[in-house]
Design a protein. Structure first.
Length: 340
């Protein structure tokens, strides 16, 4: 009896740890309350393309805002130490309470790739990530060939233990490189942007599904994670795709309902608006965020991602049958009058 009780207590402790510290290597929680965001650490001013290094103060400020507003997990694109610090975005995020999908920035600079892989390995060793992303659109940007990226995947898998290892790229890049997808054990991240496909907002969700399903059809044995998806809230149109808040909210709502219904992991792009993206992509690129540059959530986002209707079951009280009370019939005795 005591042995059974001890085992039950240990099992309860194990479940508590798993629930508290995140999903296991082969299991992602995916409920309405799991809100995952891609996180960029340069809301204002120059970005990493100009050599800027994120600061502890900026990262801490915006991560605290996201945590307070209900975000549960962040995806990061580098594990590079922050300016004048040994801290990384991953280390700060884990202290706050986030789950972290940690990545490294891979491109044609092989020397820098070694550094990025080394920083990622440090985060893995410190148990600061739940999902590893070896690259982000590296094939699409023609920064590296598939065979070299496969080498990097193998290098990271050797130290990853049971933590899932993936890459993230565009649909075309993944469809064109089956050998790359084959190297990944289970999870593959894809960025099915209807906006970049120049789809009209009314057809945005349909286009998103078409892109996502093309990957599932090609690689039925893999689980596809949406690594990035979003719609800018302002700026110039891209073909038929018009960036504005109503279109962004419509796209967000449709995909959020779909991901819950179909149990698909989705990382929203991006948490906070970043100015530096305009230089490379256009004026709409500084408006991808669901929070503005100051960390204020944009109108309508809370109602879609952070409000959950809890339907309480209707409690019907059982009808208690009242006992039927019968009044017994009283028969008066016949009184016989004495004869006179």
């Amino acid at each position: 009896m005591r042995l059974a009780l001890k085992r039950s207590l240990w099992l309860l402790l194990l479940i508590t740890v798993l629930v508290t510290f995140g999903y296991t290597a082969d299991e992602f929680t995916n409920t309405r309350k799991d809100v995952r965001m891609c996180f960029g650490a340069f809301p204002k001013g120059p970005g990493p393309d100009s050599g800027a290094v994120a600061t502890v103060e900026t990262v801490t400020k915006y991560l605290n805002i996201l945590w307070k507003d209900g975000v549960t997990e962040i995806r990061i694109y580098t594990c590079k130490p922050l300016k004048n610090s040994k801290e990384t975005i991953a280390s700060i995020a884990k202290k706050i309470g986030f789950k972290v999908a940690a990545g490294c920035w891979i491109d044609g600079n092989l020397e820098n790739n070694k550094k990025e892989l080394g920083w990622l390995k440090d985060v893995i060793k410190k148990d600061q990530t739940n999902l590893i992303i070896v690259s982000s659109e590296a094939i699409y940007w023609k920064g590296i060939k598939a065979d070299k990226l496969i080498e990097y995947i193998k290098e990271i898998k050797a130290v990853a233990g049971k933590i899932p290892v993936s890459i993230d790229d565009t649909p075309d890049a993944l469809l064109a490189n089956p050998e790359l997808v084959a190297e990944l054990d289970k999870y593959v991240m894809v960025n099915p942007y209807a906006f970049w496909a120049r789809a009209d907002a009314k057809d945005g969700f349909k286009k998103f599904l078409e892109i996502y399903n093309s990957l599932k059809a090609k690689y039925p044995d893999k689980i596809f994670i949406v690594g990035e998806v979003g719609w800018p809230t302002a700026g110039s149109p891209k073909g038929d795709a018009v960036p504005n808040l109503p279109n962004a909210l419509k796209h967000l709502k449709a995909i959020n309902e779909w991901r819950i219904k179909n149990n698909v992991i989705v990382y929203w792009f991006v948490a906070v608006d970043e100015d530096w993206k305009e230089k490379n992509e256009g004026d709409f690129a500084s408006h991808w965020g669901l929070w503005d540059h100051d960390g204020v959530m944009k109108p309508g986002v809370k109602e879609i991602l952070f409000k959950w209707t809890i339907v309480k079951p209707k409690v019907t009280k059982p009808e208690v049958a009242k006992p039927k009370v019968t009044t017994p019939e009283v028969t008066k005795p016949e009184v016989v009058k004495p004869k006179e």
